[in-house]
Design a protein around this ligand. Sequence first.
Ligand code: KIV
Ligand code: ZN
Length: 498
Amino acid sequence: MSDRLFIFDTTLRDGEQVPGCQLNTIEKIQVAKQLEALGVDVIEAGFPISSPGDFNSVIEISKAVTWPTICALTRAVEKDIDVAVDALRFAKHKRIHTGIGTSDAHIKYKFNSNREEIIERAVAAVKYARRFVDDVEFYAEDAGRTDNEYLARVVEAVIKAGATVVNIPDTTGYCLPSEYGAKIKYLIEHVDGVHKAVLSTHCHNDLGMATANTISGVLNGARQVEVTINGIGERAGNTSLEEIAMIIKSHNDIDIQTNINTQKIYPTSRMVSSLMNMPVQPNKAIVGRNAFAHSSGIHQDGVLKNVQTYEIIDPKDVGIDDNAIVLTARSGRAALKHRLQVLGVELEQERLNQVYEEFLKLADKKKEVNDDDVLLLAGAERSQNHHIKLDYLQVTSGVGVLSVASLGLSIAGEKFEAASSGNGPVDAAIKALKQIIRRQMVLKEFTIQAISKGSDDVGKVHMQVEYEGHVYYGFGANTDIVAASVEAYIDCINKFVK
Ligand code: KIV
Ligand code: ZN
């Protein structure tokens, strides 16, 4: 029988640490239920001591999810562990993930400590956590840059102390695949009692090697992988779940199995991207818009003769269904409800009715409403309670003429209007906006993305605005790209003007 590879998803912890990707508790529950349907073994639901939001999310996810183990992160600190135990009280299967930095850089600069003291603190934390739960995972932060001999001593000590899983993070994404694989092999060969625990990979993508390192770890004996949907995560991100799941599925030469229902991969990817307002790059493996698009004549010819010429994965295996029902202005509520369910979104009747009204307005503007649009509409209530709202926007622009914009805002119910010219329509509209909101704000980042192919598509705008030394993230979506830009700017402002 093939070995089992456990999938530990950290989208809601390491993934959610990305600036601008924060989800509220309801959205996190939605993602957690989708991860359960996808078949992940462990959901890392948060870092409970870090904020009341994380604490509550761990509680609510524990209540909402049945099969996967719910994991909570802590430092090797008793207070962190106490709070995590409290947050996990409703989980049917629970795990505490505790740990400490083990590289010389962490020991010296983070802890001003020494190697022996770090082992003592690691052992104490694992023993303390084992007083409350049977399943304790230990992470040796920056294990990628920790020398193997010392790392083996740490791993041996925490397994003796009761760790059931030991995580070997390449925290900085520095290791080469051969080096990371050799590290896992070294631990398997040199740690006494290593078979009493599962070794886990946790690779970051700073040098674009997260997936290669993870697979190298697995080929050398790791039996848990820590991953995120779409590879989201701090800096360049974490290893992406979909890549690992599909490598394991398509390589019959790797005698290992996961519990992932691969047909749920694409809907899960769309859901996470949409809720986190985090676009997926078009050429992203497995879930990017172009991942299965053959555009060159030679490739198209080959695929038409036999798909095996250029396709190693059947798009249907990851849940991409070209024959999915197309939603148009004539689609009924039932079709919309069905599409949302396929995408993992369950709405109560009243909310469904609201979304349907918005859907009809959009369908009047667009020929076909796609999955991204539908997810966007379902998540749109996030902006309904905004203090500042855009009432109207009118823009004149073109080649050889000055761009002019006038707009109306409603601020806590009161109406304001302004007009301005500018260097292009977005500049004009934002200058008009700034005449009403008189604050020293600086636009730091401005990204526009069209979701699919048509000129009638919904454009998504991501913005970062700096105000009083803090950076605020905003998002807007509209078939009119100037309106989407103004909405994104207003979304930023709503984060600091209450
Ligand atoms: O990258 C890392 O080292 C981590 C640990 C906290 C597990 O995320
Ligand atoms: Zn990490």
